[in-house]
Write a protein that binds this ligand. Structure first.
Ligand SMILES: Nc1ncnc2c1ncn2[C@@H]1O[C@H](COP(=O)(O)OP(=O)(O)OP(=O)(O)O)[C@@H](O)[C@H]1O
Length: 313
């Protein structure tokens, strides 16, 4: 695992602490010796391809599944105790909503059941549901249903909010409004953990990004750190003559994360384009048609998982 931020042992105030947690289904590991901690006020994105173990991680965190080994602590204790105390709000993908009740009735029920409820009108307003509060839950669009799930997750004063792909089915405007509300929650000191397939959301919203792959934590850092780790800049240039000796010199460049030579064209990925290009000239290599381009988090993520696949192949 590549840990990009310097962390010490989780403080007693960790919102979530996983200590070498493993969970397998029929002998196939879904989560594999996972260690992580989340602090209050942090907004953390859980990224990973299909089957990486994101939903299993969230299920373990919510006490819906028990680990085969290792410990999961939420606010220093058992996840179920934290949930019973009303400290955790969750918005999961699975599970249907009751259809024969109105939006207001369903959200009202969630508020009534919460040990530290918010007023129903506030919860409806924050989730942008006021206009459709009288509608039957069974008649909502996918995006509206997501907003109802969000309302259920924020019915009371939670200290931790857990969201599994929360903006699936929402249009751009709802998505932006949703994340603005989520930011407010984090600014009030709540920890927010969300799994997403929208990598640009992780980049724009999360203070920290955890990259999961085959149940293991591949990278833990800011989106910028993860991009740098994967070689966030792409450098392309032509050389007059490329032989084995030149290729060997290219391999020695600092911050190099990838090298591809094809004909006269060289393509590099670098964690620090300035330093790499500077060193290129220092080696007496003079590029033509030099281009430097940025790599999005999506490509960075693909590069990290591909590198891991190559290692385990
Ligand atoms: N109930 C289950 N029984 C058997 N295998 C399961 C079960 N739930 C998940 N798995 C397997 O565990 C692995 C991790 O799945 P998980 O749903 O946690 O991943 P994910 O990252 O959430 O994927 P996705 O992005 O597709 O939702 C996968 O190989 C999956 O097939």
């Amino acid at each position: 695992m590549v840990r990009m931020t310097t962390t010490t042992a989780p403080p007693a105030t960790s919102a979530v602490a996983f200590e070498r947690v493993s969970k397998a289904y029929d002998g196939v590991p879904a989560v594999d010796t996972l260690t992580l901690d989340l602090r209050p006020g942090e907004t953390v994105a859980l990224l990973g391809p299909n089957g990486a173990g994101k939903s299993t991680t969230l299920d373990l965190l919510l006490g819906l599944r028990r680990p085969d080994s290792g410990t999961v602590r939420v606010f220093g204790g058992d996840p179920r105790a934290a949930i019973t105390a009303g400290r955790v709000g969750a918005m999961l993908q699975s599970g249907g909503l009751m259809g024969e009740v109105t939006v207001r009735e369903l959200v009202g029920l969630a508020c009534a059941l919460h040990p530290r409820p918010h007023p129903v009108d506030d919860v409806l307003a924050h989730a942008d549901l006021t206009r459709i509060a009288g509608r039957d839950v069974g008649r909502l669009s996918g995006g509206q249903e997501q907003r109802v799930r969000f309302a259920l997750a924020t019915a009371g004063a939670n200290d931790l909010i857990v969201l599994d792909e929360p903006t699936t089915g929402m249009d751009v405007t709802s998505r932006q409004a949703f994340w603005a509300t989520m930011r407010e929650q984090a600014d009030r000191g709540r920890a927010v953990l969300f799994a997403t397939h929208y990598l640009e959301e992780a980049d724009a919203i999360a203070d920290r990004v955890l990259v999961l792959y085959r149940g293991r934590l591949l990278a833990d850092g800011t989106a910028a750190e993860i991009k740098a780790r994967a070689g966030a800049r792409r450098i392309t240039f032509d050389l007059a003559g490329i032989d084995e000796a030149v290729t060997e010199r290219l391999r020695s460049l600092p911050f190099l994360a990838g090298l591809d030579v094809s004909g006269r064209t060289v393509r590099l990925r670098s964690g620090d384009a300035d330093a790499t290009v500077h060193a290129l000239y220092g080696l007496g290599i003079y590029p033509h048609n030099l281009e430097v381009a940025g790599l999005g988090l999506e490509q960075a993520f693909v590069a990290i998982t591909e590198a891991e696949e190559a290692k385990t192949a």
